[in-house]
Design a protein around this ligand. Structure first.
Ligand code: ZN
Length: 149
């Protein structure tokens, strides 16, 4: 039978307890003298399924990104040139992006997103309902919608 390192009482229910900086195995009545060190091994680190988390690299350019940009820009009553100037980009570049002749790289997309308060890169897993909420269903949904659940 092990005995309490503090009072010497025999007990088979000794608990590791930190008392004044020292860790001792003590009986249940001595645990009050300090802080019991939980002996339950921290098995809470279960492998969590990371189904909801996606690294940003999986994000794809939003459907109708050009339209989004154009609408947001027009909402703000900005001309393409004004928008381009505020982003420090060329108007011709913005024009191409609005026409979807050119996919903005992420750096540009980020600038546009911030400036216009829109989302250009979306997570394909969660974007489906957003696409459905747009009115023009005739438009090709493109890469985003083709991603299956
Ligand atoms: Zn004791």
């Amino acid at each position: 039978m092990p005995s309490c390192q503090l009072c010497g009482e025999d007990s088979d229910k000794l608990k590791k307890t930190k008392i004044e900086g020292a860790v001792m195995k003590v009986c249940s009545s001595c645990t009050d003298m300090g802080d019991v060190i939980e002996q339950k091994e921290k098995k809470t680190k279960k492998k969590r399924k990371t189904t909801t988390y996606r690294p940003k690299d999986t994000e794809v350019l939003a459907n109708k990104y050009g339209e989004k940009i154009k609408e947001a820009r027009e909402d703000r009553k900005l001309s393409i040139k004004e928008l381009a100037d505020s982003l420090n980009e060329k108007a011709s570049l913005i024009k191409k992006v609005e026409r979807e002749d050119l996919k903005p790289e992420k750096a540009l997309a980020n600038k546009l997103s911030k400036e216009l308060d829109i989302t250009l890169y979306v997570n394909p897993e969660v974007s489906d309902h957003r696409i459905e909420s747009t009115s023009d269903k005739k438009a090709t949904l493109g890469d985003v919608a083709n991603v299956k659940d």
